[in-house]
Design a protein around this ligand. Structure first.
Ligand code: AMP
Length: 567
């Protein structure tokens, strides 16, 4: 297949915003796409060159891409940079300068080249990447060059996300959105769009039903709803419940197959390299042929006392890993088991999964142990466990249903798990994970930095990030100074297509919705200024950055609506 066929889809996708139109453009393409090319085409349409969890990236910034453009177009780099300053987009810059010579590029050629670029490492890798991309641009048409450059820097500027692709696959191969539910389930257990596309095209809905958990392929994590009142916990969970300490660390999904062990983050990134100590600990203390464990890794001191999330984040590093293992030891607190000896446990209830988890934990040690918990339905006991956890310095508790339907709902924030935190207990304030979509310039003391950040919540129905508050307080002077440095990479000339904001609330700078901040807010009120169902968060205070969360894992509109109604 010619790469031009994919460009023919990218072009209209860039212009339309209506979900229905996006779905029908994609579905039309899928219907016509040859089966042998479907996998690769699906990756490219999702703006990637692999599945989300494999996360293969080219590792080229705008700066490097512009150097390739300069070579391919035989234009002075200074001129290329000048044009980039005007367009603000490596794709548009490439489109305007290259594409004089036209050969017919195949999808295969583009995909292989991008993988060659991604695979290059070592001392001379930068030069190699620049040359390889220049060679590709040299034989591309100008339109093709635009999308190749955007694929390389990972900024497609399209309205279509993974959900639209799943809808379109269902429409293309079953004639309606009927397979969407099954596709969703399959995607949560096995988040690989290319693989799912192949499966549904070959074996229709029956094939999708067979998609299950696969070793070394991370499963989307299950999340918890927040309770607005203590009472609400008992409205949602009727019988006995497991009340567990809520740890403030990093989610770890550990895949174990004999001696082969990998750890995945909440964002499905492979973080094994950062935690060789955890891997070693699991190797020594977990007994199974194969299993997938779910838990929270926390920084601890020599006596096993829990340390802060900020300290743990120092373990997220490429270099000096060994030094930091000693400096900041980690303990993994286990609370679930998703797979055991070749069989998925996702559809089993929590008591059965927990029993299986206990059976594989050979020894509880200072580096891996079962999460603190009680099982009860007695409110007094829950309250006293909660108080005990707070005294210990925990964030709160996680309360989990033990009913027959308490399956592991991968990728879902449902009422089978409920979080109950100290902020909620005070009844006044709450924390929210918000996506930063823009900034207002600072004046006076804040000149050169930002006065405030425009923050949004995610609406999965409209698939938009809807504005919810302006965040200006809670930053230290040092943090304030660093804000422009942190956000520069995400600046975009216009409002991102996925962001919904009122005209009256136009920030000085727009950002791609990537960075998530945790914010403390005192009250949710009605406000005509914001698009999140007309609700706004009052008196927000910055608490910390959440590099472990992706924008789509931010607080949702549904959650804030729920919160608002109950208050
Ligand atoms: P939140 O980030 O506030 O939505 O809370 C959900 C997160 O709490 C999960 O993703 C886990 O990383 C973390 N967590 C801490 N302790 C537990 C626990 N006992 N069970 C489940 N999740 C937990």
């Amino acid at each position: 297949m010619k790469f031009g066929k994919i460009v023919d889809v990218f072009e209209p996708l860039e212009k339309v915003t209506s979900g229905n139109k996006i779905r029908s453009i994609l579905a039309d393409f899928f219907k016509k796409c040859p089966a042998s090319e479907l996998k690769v085409a699906t990756y490219l349409l999702s703006g990637r060159i692999s599945s989300e969890y494999k996360g293969v990236i080219t590792g080229m910034s705008n700066k490097l891409v512009l150097r390739s453009v300069s070579i391919a177009a035989k234009k002075d780099l200074k001129k290329v940079n000048e044009l980039f300053k005007r367009t603000g987009d490596a794709g548009l810059t490439a489109q305007q300068l290259v594409g004089r010579r036209r050969e017919s590029l195949s999808v295969k050629k583009v995909f292989q080249s991008l993988h060659k670029i991604a695979g290059a490492s070592g001392a001379k890798s930068q030069d190699f990447k620049i040359k390889e991309l220049a060679n590709l641009l040299r034989i591309a048409s100008s339109k093709e060059a635009k999308y190749i450059a955007r694929l390389v820097v990972g900024k497609m500027r399209l309205g279509a996300g993974d959900r639209a692709i799943l809808d379109a696959l269902s429409i293309a191969f079953t004639g309606s959105k009927e397979a969407r539910k099954e596709l969703d389930k399959a995607y949560q257990a096995n988040p690989d769009l290319g693989y799912l596309a192949e499966m549904i095209s070959r074996r229709k809905i029956r094939g999708i039903k067979t998609v299950g958990v696969v070793f070394k392929r991370p499963i989307k994590v299950m999340l918890a709803q927040r309770a607005k009142s203590f009472q609400e916990i008992f409205e949602k969970i009727k019988g006995e419940m497991a009340v567990e300490e809520k740890y403030d660390g990093e989610r770890m999904q550990v895949h174990v197959q004999g001696k082969n062990i990998r750890i995945f983050s909440r964002r499905l990134e492979d973080i094994s390299r950062q935690y060789p100590d955890v891997i070693d600990c699991i190797r020594r203390n977990i007994r199974c042929k194969s299993c997938i464990l779910d838990g929270e890794g926390c920084a601890v001191d020599k006596k096993g006392r829990l340390l802060s999330f900020q300290l743990l984040m120092q373990r997220r590093r490429k270099y000096d890993v060994e030094k930091y293992i000693k400096k900041i030891p980690v303990c993994l607190f286990l609370f679930d088991l998703l797979f055991l000896n070749g069989k998925s446990c996702l559809q089993e209830d929590y008591p059965a999964r927990y029993k299986a988890l206990k059976s594989v934990v050979k020894k509880q040690t200072s580096c891996a142990k079962l999460a603190n918990r009680i099982v009860t339905k007695n409110p007094k006991k829950i309250q006293s466990f909660f108080n005990k956890m707070l005294k210990k310095g925990a964030e709160g508790v996680m309360i989990k249903s033990m009913e027959n339907d308490s399956v592991y709902k991968a990728g879902t924030r449902g009422w089978l798990w409920i979080k109950w935190k100290k902020e909620y207990a005070k009844g006044m304030v709450d924390t929210f994970d918000l996506v930063v979509v823009g900034a207002f310039r600072g004046h006076g003391k804040r000149a050169g930095s930002y006065g405030s950040l425009l923050c949004a919540v995610y609406n999965s129905k409209t698939r938009k990030f809807e504005t919810f508050t302006k965040l200006g307080s809670g930053f230290t002077d040092k943090q304030l100074k660093e804000l422009p440095k942190i956000f520069r990479k995400y600046e975009s000339k216009e409002k991102d297509k996925r962001v919904s904001a009122k005209k009256e609330l136009k920030p000085d700078l727009w950002f791609k919705p990537v960075i998530v901040v945790e914010v403390l807010g005192a009250e949710i009120t009605k406000s005509p200024l914001h698009t999140a169902e007309g609700l706004a968060l009052r008196f927000p205070r910055f608490l910390r950055f959440r590099p472990d969360k992706s924008a789509y894992q931010a607080t949702s509109v549904k959650e804030i609506l729920n919160f608002y109604k109950k208050k």
